[in-house]
Design a protein around this ligand. Structure first.
Ligand code: NDP
Ligand code: MG
Ligand code: MG
Length: 340
């Protein structure tokens, strides 16, 4: 089983007398920088000249410099700009890294697929919160934790793991628990999950169900509620208590129908396709395609985005969410619940 680390396993002193440069002040960057600072770590945020994020970082009371200046000053450089721009930002800061310094990531893509090749004398580590940045910040302020992953790709100093744990503690991850993994495992499971299940799989399942009902003559409103809106309620139950709590909460008819028909839809053919998607993650084919797509200015990405926006279910959903008061009230409720 995977090892899980908590606050007691982390020693703050590995970040004593060190400066952490947080490159980027977006989703993860703003959370890491503020949590580190509130934990007493010396932080400098690295943002390019004229960056639209500069105002926010300064307003939050943080010191801001260019990525190069920040990296030059720091012993730990946390790379929290978007994955697609990391290789270019790394090229600018590479010469600022001294032996024993640390490159710290929140996702393994660029290291695992060789888009960033750090020199052998620096530590390369990962603390990856399994959550969007705004929750990493909110949980920290509420004195709660955010589960995360820890990985060491390169340990030049002999203290890479201890320092990463101290970083994980300072951003609040060891309060909840940090699971030890590798750059390879984190990258491959993250990509597979978002492609086959979380983002890609779920949206296709929803659209296919919606289209099947509408094509058979049922109303788009019914199809929307059935295939998209109710998804949240079902997933909430699984999140709370696993598949079992969901099956216990639905009717026996729904349970029997789901247990017998689910595997008719997601059949051996779908499983073979999942294996194929995993293989393209493992052999680097997906990574290569995404890198080339970016180099070409994202032509097919734009096209796919547009087609998705124009799907009928989006228009129906906009209209229904406008007509019914539930969505806003529900958001407000969960906001106030979380604040308690
Ligand atoms: P964001 O897209 O939120 O990062 C935006 C920040 O990067 C802004 O401050 C932006 O500044 C800066 N930036 C963008 N382009 C450049 C550039 N060329 N040079 C310098 N700064 C630039 O990133 P995320 O927080 O989403 O992702 C950061 C890392 O965290 C990634 O590795 C990601 O995989 C990982 N991660 C993300 C999670 C998430 O939920 N978002 C969850 C777990 C991991 P400007 O104002 O100048 O544009
Ligand atoms: Mg993920
Ligand atoms: Mg991902």
């Amino acid at each position: 089983d995977a090892t899980i680390y908590y606050d007691d396993d982390a020693d703050d002193s590995y970040l004593n007398d060190k400066t952490v440069a947080v490159l980027g002040y977006g989703s993860q960057g703003h959370a890491h920088a503020q949590n580190l600072a509130d934990s007493g770590v010396d932080v400098v945020v690295g943002l390019r000249e004229g960056s639209s994020s500069r105002k926010a970082a300064e307003a939050d009371g943080l010191r801001v410099a260019t990525p190069t200046e920040a990296a030059s000053e720091a012993q730990v450089v946390s790379v929290l700009v978007p994955d697609t721009v990391q290789p270019a930002v790394y090229a600018d800061i590479e010469s600022e890294l001294e032996p024993g310094d640390t490159l710290q990531f929140a996702h393994g893509f660029n290291i695992h697929y060789g888009q960033i090749e750090p020199s052998e004398d620096v530590d390369v580590t990962m603390i990856a919160p399994k959550s969007p940045g705004h929750l990493v910040r909110r949980n920290y302020q509420a004195e709660e934790g955010t589960p995360g992953l820890l990985a060491v790709y390169q340990d030049a100093s002999g203290e890479a793991k201890e320092e990463a744990l101290a970083y994980g503690k300072a951003i609040g991850c060891t309060r909840a628990g940090v699971v030890e993994t590798s750059f390879q495992e984190e990258t491959e499971t993250d990509l597979f999950g978002e492609q086959a299940v979380l983002c890609g799989g779920v949206t296709e399942l929803i659209k296919a169900g919606y289209e099947t009902l509408v094509d058979a003559g049922y109303s788009p409103e019914m199809a929307y509620f059935e295939c998209l809106n109710e998804m949240k309620l079902i997933v909430d139950l699984m999140y709370e208590g696993g598949l079992g709590e969901m099956w216990d909460s639905v009717s026996d008819t729904a349970e029997y129908g789901g247990l017998t028909r689910g595997e008719v839809v997601v059949d051996d053919h779908a499983r073979e396709k999942m294996e194929q998607v995993l293989e393209e993650v493992q052999n680097g084919e997906f990574a290569q395609q995404w890198i080339v797509e970016n180099q070409a200015g994202r032509p097919s990405y734009r096209q796919k985005r547009k087609a998705e926006k124009n799907h009928e279910i989006e228009e129906v959903g906009d209209r229904l969410r406008e007509l019914f008061a539930w969505s806003e009230t529900e958001d407000e409720e969960s906001e106030s619940e979380e604040k308690e």
